[in-house]
Each structure stands twice: as structure tokens, then as C-alpha cells.
Design a protein around this ligand. Structure first.
Ligand code: GUN
Length: 290
């Protein structure tokens, strides 16, 4: 049985350190870092993620503001809200929860966030800097994944890493971060010809596809480090016959745990680390603005 990389515990210890740091920052600069989170509409998954972000800010003692806009809000109004936060001296980080309703141009919204306050690291200016190897804000999930791999003590340099999924939020940036640490990186996706064989070659396997239990033990090299980014809600039937649901990852944890050397669980793996890295990015934005 592989060792579980406990994202919840790692997050907690990082957040405890941040508590201290924020007290010191307030003493030094006369105010705390402040995060603004904007949510449009009432998608239950987005609401739950946003709640987690606001709770984490309060846990570490950071200031936060939640801006809730209705599903049918005009794009102009959202851009105006962002503009006001861009100009607000006391706001250090701005996050617009994605996805946005179809009538809103997501790219326009991301581009409108001031690059120094882009705590998600999604602005094209930050993405360009990441790929150029310049100092930038690193997207939260990829940053958390690297911290989790590093927590195992295994060396990334020289290893073969396979990232399954090519999203702008996870797949592409995590591949770049692994490359920066001298891994030999393959980005696999839905059109990859022999996905199972490609995955079996990975010393480090990052699954970020959004398909429940898609990666089974037969796709994992014995001793690999397996990072499961998937958060999939699947329906279940409770003992009393009523319908419920539970969260599963992209990796079939029960079979994969027997073959991996280290593996992240879902829930309690990458998810908590993403939120913790958001706190870290907000502190970085605060410092860069002093
Ligand atoms: N929706 C899903 N993941 C994310 C994320 O990391 N940031 C934002 N803003 N929205 C998301």
C-alpha cells in the first residue's frame, strides 16, 4: 500500500505558519492582506469552493470580501466591480470564480484583473511570465501539486512525468512547473493514442481530466507518485435506499493505492492545497504592492 499524501494535514500546517506571518505583516505594514472573491450566480459547486476560500482567509486571519452577483448580471457590471477592486488600495488579490454564465466573456473578465492582484495567475501576462521562466503568480492548483510532490522527498529532476489533461488551469501550468524542475514531461489527453501505456511509463502521474475513476491500477507504474486532481461527484444509493452522492477523483484510489509509492486522496488531497496556495498568493500580492 502506497503512502497517502495528506493534503489536508499539509494545508493545515502551512496555514498555521501563515497565521503567524499575517500577524507580523500587520505589525510591519499597518494592515492585513485582503482577498476579494467574486461569484456570479448560484452554481452549488462554485458556492462550495468559494465558501472554502473565504473560510480559509478567515482561518489565517486575512481580510476578505465576498462579492455575490446574480446569474443574469450584465458583463459591464462585473467589469465595473473588478475595476473598483483594481483601484482599491486595500485590496491585494482578486479572484473571479469560474465558470461564468454563458453571456459573459470569460477572457475579457480575466484580462480585466490587474496583473498584480491576479491571485489565480490566469491573466495572460502572468501566463506568459510563467512560460518565460520569469517571476510571476503561479496558479494555485499546480503550485499545490508541486508542494505535495516535494513533501514526499522524492527527487523530480530526471524523472518521467505524465500529466493527463491540458487545461489552462491545471494541465498546462503543472507541466511547465515539472519541466522547470527538470522532469521529462509528457502532456497526455483525450486523443493520446495509447493512454494506458503512456501513463504506465510515468514516475510521476498527474491526473487532471475530470473523469471519475478513469485511471486504474493497470495504468500506473509500480512505485509511481500519483497526484489526483479530479473532483467528481457521483450518485450513490444509501443503505436506506435514498439517493446520495460522494466525491471521487480521476484515479481509482482503491486499486491505485496498492501500486503507487505515494498517492493523493479525494477528498483531502489536492483540493485543500489549492485553497492554501490561494492564501499564499494573496500574501505574495500584498508584499509585491508594498
Ligand atoms: N474554478 C475551478 N477552479 C478554479 C480556480 O482555481 N480559480 C477560479 N477562479 N475558478 C475556478
Amino acid at each position: 500500500m502506497g503512502t497517502i499524501i495528506d493534503g489536508k494535514a499539509l494545508s493545515l500546517s502551512l496555514k498555521e505558519e501563515m497565521k503567524e506571518r499575517i500577524i507580523n505583516l500587520e505589525n510591519e505594514y499597518g494592515r492585513k492582506p485582503r482577498l476579494a472573491v467574486i461569484i456570479v450566480g448560484d452554481n452549488p459547486a462554485s458556492r462550495s469552493y468559494v465558501r472554502g476560500k473565504i473560510n480559509a482567509a478567515s482561518f489565517v486571519g486575512m481580510d476578505s470580501v465576498l462579492v455575490e452577483l446574480p446569474e443574469d448580471v450584465e458583463e459591464r457590471k462585473l467589469l465595473e466591480t473588478i475595476d473598483n477592486l483594481n483601484r482599491d488600495e486595500n485590496t491585494d488579490g482578486i479572484l473571479v470564480q469560474l465558470p461564468l454564465p454563458r453571456h459573459i466573456d470569460e477572457e475579457k473578465v480575466i484580462d480585466s484583473i490587474c496583473i498584480e492582484k491576479d491571485v489565480d495567475g490566469f491573466h495572460p501576462g502572468n501566463v506568459a511570465k510563467l512560460w518565460l521562466g520569469r517571476k510571476c503568480i503561479i496558479p494555485c492548483t499546480p503550485k499545490g501539486i508541486i508542494k505535495m510532490i516535494e513533501s514526499t522527498g522524492i527527487e523530480i529532476s530526471g524523472k518521467k512525468a505524465v500529466v493527463v489533461g491540458r487545461s489552462n488551469i491545471v494541465g498546462k501550468p503543472v507541466a511547465k512547473l515539472l519541466l522547470d524542475r527538470n522532469a521529462t514531461v509528457t502532456i497526455a489527453h483525450s486523443r493520446t493514442r495509447d493512454l494506458a501505456q503512456t501513463c504506465r511509463e510515468a514516475d510521476i502521474l498527474v491526473a487532471a481530466v475530470g473523469k471519475p475513476n478513469m485511471i486504474g491500477a493497470d495504468m500506473i507504474k509500480p512505485g509511481a507518485v500519483v497526484i489526483d486532481v479530479g473532483i467528481n461527484r457521483i450518485p450513490t444509493i444509501r443503505e436506506d435506499g435514498t439517493e446520495g452522492s460522494r466525491l471521487v477523483g480521476d484515479v481509482d484510489f482503491d486499486s491505485a493505492a496498492g501500486i503507487a509509492s505515494f498517492i493523493t486522496p479525494v477528498p483531502g488531497g489536492v483540493g485543500p492545497m489549492t485553497i492554501t496556495m490561494l492564501m499564499e498568493n494573496t500574501i505574495e500580492c500584498f508584499l509585491s504592492r508594498q
